[in-house]
Design a protein around this ligand. Structure first.
Ligand SMILES: Cc1cc2nc3c(=O)[nH]c(=O)nc-3n(C[C@H](O)[C@H](O)[C@H](O)COP(=O)(O)O)c2cc1C
Length: 185
Protein backbone atom coordinates (compact mmCIF):
# COMPACT_ATOMS: atom_id res chain seq x y z
CA UNK A 1 0.00 0.00 0.00
CA UNK A 2 1.71 3.16 -1.24
CA UNK A 3 0.60 6.37 0.47
CA UNK A 4 1.77 9.62 -1.13
CA UNK A 5 1.58 12.90 0.74
CA UNK A 6 1.75 15.81 -1.70
CA UNK A 7 2.67 18.95 0.18
CA UNK A 8 2.50 22.55 -0.97
CA UNK A 9 4.21 23.69 2.20
CA UNK A 10 7.69 25.24 1.93
CA UNK A 11 8.25 25.26 5.71
CA UNK A 12 9.95 22.64 7.86
CA UNK A 13 8.20 23.72 11.07
CA UNK A 14 4.87 25.25 12.09
CA UNK A 15 1.29 24.04 12.21
CA UNK A 16 0.95 22.96 8.60
CA UNK A 17 4.04 20.76 8.92
CA UNK A 18 2.64 19.32 12.16
CA UNK A 19 -0.56 18.45 10.29
CA UNK A 20 1.48 16.67 7.64
CA UNK A 21 3.33 14.73 10.33
CA UNK A 22 0.03 13.62 11.87
CA UNK A 23 -1.11 12.34 8.47
CA UNK A 24 2.21 10.59 7.81
CA UNK A 25 2.06 8.91 11.24
CA UNK A 26 -1.55 7.81 10.76
CA UNK A 27 -0.85 6.31 7.35
CA UNK A 28 2.28 4.56 8.61
CA UNK A 29 0.46 3.16 11.64
CA UNK A 30 -2.26 1.96 9.26
CA UNK A 31 0.39 -0.12 7.51
CA UNK A 32 1.24 2.02 4.49
CA UNK A 33 4.60 2.81 2.96
CA UNK A 34 4.59 6.63 3.16
CA UNK A 35 6.33 9.04 0.81
CA UNK A 36 6.16 12.82 1.27
CA UNK A 37 6.91 15.11 -1.65
CA UNK A 38 6.86 18.87 -2.04
CA UNK A 39 5.89 20.59 -5.25
CA UNK A 40 8.20 23.59 -5.16
CA UNK A 41 10.24 22.58 -8.23
CA UNK A 42 7.34 22.39 -10.70
CA UNK A 43 7.02 25.13 -13.35
CA UNK A 44 3.62 26.57 -14.11
CA UNK A 45 1.60 25.34 -17.09
CA UNK A 46 2.51 27.23 -20.28
CA UNK A 47 -1.00 26.84 -21.73
CA UNK A 48 0.53 25.61 -24.98
CA UNK A 49 -1.15 24.92 -28.33
CA UNK A 50 -4.66 26.28 -28.68
CA UNK A 51 -5.22 26.19 -24.94
CA UNK A 52 -5.76 22.48 -24.46
CA UNK A 53 -2.17 21.57 -25.21
CA UNK A 54 -0.92 18.16 -26.25
CA UNK A 55 -1.28 16.81 -22.69
CA UNK A 56 -5.01 16.31 -23.17
CA UNK A 57 -4.23 13.43 -25.58
CA UNK A 58 -0.75 12.32 -24.51
CA UNK A 59 -1.44 12.61 -20.75
CA UNK A 60 2.09 13.92 -20.37
CA UNK A 61 3.28 17.52 -20.09
CA UNK A 62 5.28 18.59 -23.17
CA UNK A 63 7.47 20.62 -20.80
CA UNK A 64 7.31 18.28 -17.83
CA UNK A 65 10.79 16.77 -17.89
CA UNK A 66 12.14 16.70 -14.34
CA UNK A 67 10.09 17.56 -11.29
CA UNK A 68 6.62 17.35 -12.86
CA UNK A 69 7.13 13.99 -14.59
CA UNK A 70 8.57 12.46 -11.42
CA UNK A 71 5.68 13.66 -9.28
CA UNK A 72 3.09 12.58 -11.85
CA UNK A 73 4.55 9.06 -11.82
CA UNK A 74 4.46 8.95 -8.02
CA UNK A 75 0.83 10.14 -7.99
CA UNK A 76 -0.17 7.52 -10.55
CA UNK A 77 1.57 4.74 -8.68
CA UNK A 78 0.17 5.67 -5.25
CA UNK A 79 -2.73 3.67 -3.78
CA UNK A 80 -3.76 6.51 -1.50
CA UNK A 81 -2.97 10.24 -1.63
CA UNK A 82 -3.10 13.10 0.85
CA UNK A 83 -2.86 16.66 -0.47
CA UNK A 84 -1.85 19.22 2.16
CA UNK A 85 -1.42 22.94 1.72
CA UNK A 86 -0.94 26.10 3.73
CA UNK A 87 -3.60 28.65 2.80
CA UNK A 88 -2.15 31.49 0.73
CA UNK A 89 -4.47 34.24 -0.53
CA UNK A 90 -7.41 32.01 0.38
CA UNK A 91 -6.11 29.37 -2.03
CA UNK A 92 -3.72 26.46 -2.07
CA UNK A 93 -0.07 27.55 -2.28
CA UNK A 94 1.22 28.63 -5.68
CA UNK A 95 3.77 25.79 -5.72
CA UNK A 96 1.08 23.17 -5.16
CA UNK A 97 -1.21 24.77 -7.75
CA UNK A 98 1.57 24.69 -10.35
CA UNK A 99 1.68 20.91 -9.93
CA UNK A 100 -2.07 20.29 -9.62
CA UNK A 101 -2.92 22.50 -12.61
CA UNK A 102 -0.62 20.45 -14.83
CA UNK A 103 -1.67 17.13 -13.34
CA UNK A 104 -5.36 17.92 -13.90
CA UNK A 105 -4.73 18.63 -17.58
CA UNK A 106 -2.82 15.36 -17.96
CA UNK A 107 -5.26 13.14 -16.09
CA UNK A 108 -8.72 14.59 -16.70
CA UNK A 109 -9.41 13.27 -20.19
CA UNK A 110 -8.49 9.61 -20.19
CA UNK A 111 -5.20 9.82 -18.35
CA UNK A 112 -7.05 8.15 -15.54
CA UNK A 113 -4.05 8.05 -13.24
CA UNK A 114 -6.19 9.39 -10.40
CA UNK A 115 -9.66 8.11 -11.31
CA UNK A 116 -11.31 6.50 -8.28
CA UNK A 117 -8.21 7.02 -6.15
CA UNK A 118 -9.00 7.73 -2.47
CA UNK A 119 -7.66 11.15 -1.48
CA UNK A 120 -7.49 13.04 1.82
CA UNK A 121 -7.50 16.84 1.54
CA UNK A 122 -6.08 19.16 4.21
CA UNK A 123 -5.48 22.89 4.45
CA UNK A 124 -3.94 25.07 7.13
CA UNK A 125 -4.27 28.88 7.21
CA UNK A 126 -2.30 31.27 9.40
CA UNK A 127 -3.21 34.12 11.72
CA UNK A 128 -6.62 35.18 10.37
CA UNK A 129 -7.82 31.69 9.55
CA UNK A 130 -9.51 33.14 6.46
CA UNK A 131 -9.68 31.27 3.20
CA UNK A 132 -9.72 27.77 4.60
CA UNK A 133 -12.96 26.77 2.92
CA UNK A 134 -12.08 28.27 -0.45
CA UNK A 135 -8.70 26.48 -0.41
CA UNK A 136 -10.38 23.14 0.35
CA UNK A 137 -12.99 23.88 -2.31
CA UNK A 138 -10.19 24.42 -4.81
CA UNK A 139 -8.65 21.06 -3.92
CA UNK A 140 -12.04 19.35 -4.16
CA UNK A 141 -12.48 20.75 -7.68
CA UNK A 142 -9.14 19.22 -8.66
CA UNK A 143 -10.44 15.85 -7.43
CA UNK A 144 -13.73 16.23 -9.28
CA UNK A 145 -11.94 17.05 -12.54
CA UNK A 146 -9.55 14.13 -12.26
CA UNK A 147 -12.07 11.64 -10.87
CA UNK A 148 -10.25 11.21 -7.57
CA UNK A 149 -12.46 10.23 -4.66
CA UNK A 150 -12.39 12.57 -1.63
CA UNK A 151 -12.25 10.60 1.61
CA UNK A 152 -12.31 13.59 3.95
CA UNK A 153 -11.49 17.29 4.37
CA UNK A 154 -9.30 18.44 7.25
CA UNK A 155 -9.36 22.17 7.97
CA UNK A 156 -6.85 23.18 10.60
CA UNK A 157 -6.49 26.64 12.12
CA UNK A 158 -4.61 28.00 15.12
CA UNK A 159 -7.52 27.33 17.46
CA UNK A 160 -8.43 23.80 16.47
CA UNK A 161 -4.97 22.43 15.67
CA UNK A 162 -4.78 20.03 18.61
CA UNK A 163 -7.93 18.11 17.81
CA UNK A 164 -7.68 18.47 14.03
CA UNK A 165 -4.24 16.84 14.11
CA UNK A 166 -5.78 13.92 15.99
CA UNK A 167 -8.55 13.77 13.39
CA UNK A 168 -5.97 13.92 10.59
CA UNK A 169 -4.05 11.02 12.14
CA UNK A 170 -7.22 8.92 12.38
CA UNK A 171 -8.37 9.86 8.89
CA UNK A 172 -5.05 8.84 7.33
CA UNK A 173 -4.98 5.58 9.29
CA UNK A 174 -8.51 4.72 8.22
CA UNK A 175 -7.85 5.79 4.63
CA UNK A 176 -5.17 3.10 4.37
CA UNK A 177 -7.58 0.37 5.42
CA UNK A 178 -10.69 1.72 3.65
CA UNK A 179 -11.72 -0.23 0.56
CA UNK A 180 -10.60 1.16 -2.81
CA UNK A 181 -14.22 1.80 -3.74
CA UNK A 182 -15.30 3.36 -0.44
CA UNK A 183 -17.29 6.06 -2.25
CA UNK A 184 -19.09 3.74 -4.67
CA UNK A 185 -22.89 3.49 -4.43
C1 LIG B 1 1.65 34.62 0.53
C2 LIG B 1 0.87 34.23 1.77
C3 LIG B 1 -0.50 34.36 1.79
C4 LIG B 1 -1.24 33.99 2.91
N1 LIG B 1 -2.60 34.07 2.90
C5 LIG B 1 -3.31 33.67 3.98
C6 LIG B 1 -4.74 33.68 3.98
O1 LIG B 1 -5.39 33.99 2.98
N2 LIG B 1 -5.39 33.32 5.12
C7 LIG B 1 -4.70 32.94 6.25
O2 LIG B 1 -5.33 32.65 7.27
N3 LIG B 1 -3.36 32.86 6.26
C8 LIG B 1 -2.66 33.20 5.15
N4 LIG B 1 -1.28 33.12 5.17
C9 LIG B 1 -0.63 32.54 6.32
C10 LIG B 1 -0.26 31.10 6.00
O3 LIG B 1 -1.39 30.28 5.82
C11 LIG B 1 0.64 30.54 7.09
O4 LIG B 1 1.78 31.35 7.12
C12 LIG B 1 1.03 29.15 6.78
O5 LIG B 1 -0.08 28.30 6.95
C13 LIG B 1 2.18 28.69 7.65
O6 LIG B 1 1.77 28.62 8.99
P1 LIG B 1 2.47 27.58 9.93
O7 LIG B 1 3.88 28.08 10.12
O8 LIG B 1 1.70 27.58 11.21
O9 LIG B 1 2.43 26.26 9.24
C14 LIG B 1 -0.56 33.49 4.06
C15 LIG B 1 0.84 33.36 4.02
C16 LIG B 1 1.55 33.69 2.91
C17 LIG B 1 3.05 33.49 2.89
Amino acid sequence: MKFLLISGNPKSGGLCRALETAIENGARDGGAEVTRVTTGGVERCRVCGDGWGTCRDTHKCAFGAGAFDELQTLAREADRIAIVTPVYWAEASEGLLAFLDKLRRCEAFGGDGLRGKPVLLAASPGGSGNGLVSALDQLERFCKHTGANVFDFIGQNRWNAAYKQKAAYEAAKLLVTAPDNFGAR
